[in-house]
Ligand binder design. Structure first.
Ligand code: AMP
Ligand code: ZN
Length: 119
């Protein structure tokens, strides 16, 4: 399924639910988390509806590679200080025991000065 009409993140990509956009291209969307844990906290998602990181396969390798190359650039753009003093954390909650609440694969990118609310 490339789009799930009941998915909150698919609705954000479509603009049906508002978000504070960080980045967009043909395949990738990034936006600020509505409930940030850290001074910098945004989410990166594929525009294609992929349910979780447990659902990816070799056909998604290029997309995932592009997301991973983009993540550090967006982290700096959004205010994370450079490595090694600064840095960031990437988390992808997967499945119930992984703490996943929204079932459209997403990567939390978090950074900024400590302490953080969580994590
Ligand atoms: P999880 O599935 O546990 O990784 O959590 C989903 C994340 O999505 C949480 O950090 C929420 O704060 C975030 N979230 C849920 N709805 C929205 C929204 N409408 N805009 C931005 N972030 C959201
Ligand atoms: Zn979706």
């Amino acid at each position: 399924m490339s789009h799930d009409p009941n998915c909150i993140f698919c609705k954000i990509i479509e603009g049906k639910i508002p978000s504070r956009k960080v980045y967009e291209d043909d395949d990738i969307f990034a936006f600020h988390d509505i409930n940030p844990w850290a001074p910098v906290h945004f989410l990166m998602i594929p525009k294609k509806h992929i349910t979780s990181l447990a659902h990816v396969d070799a056909t998604n390798a290029e997309l995932l590679g592009r997301m991973m190359v983009l993540a550090p650039k967006l982290a700096l753009q959004e205010g994370c200080r450079p490595y090694p003093e600064g840095g960031f954390r990437i988390v992808s909650n997967t499945g119930a025991e992984g703490g996943q609440e929204v079932h459209h694969m997403h990567w939390h990118v978090m950074g900024g000065p400590r302490p953080w609310l969580r994590g």
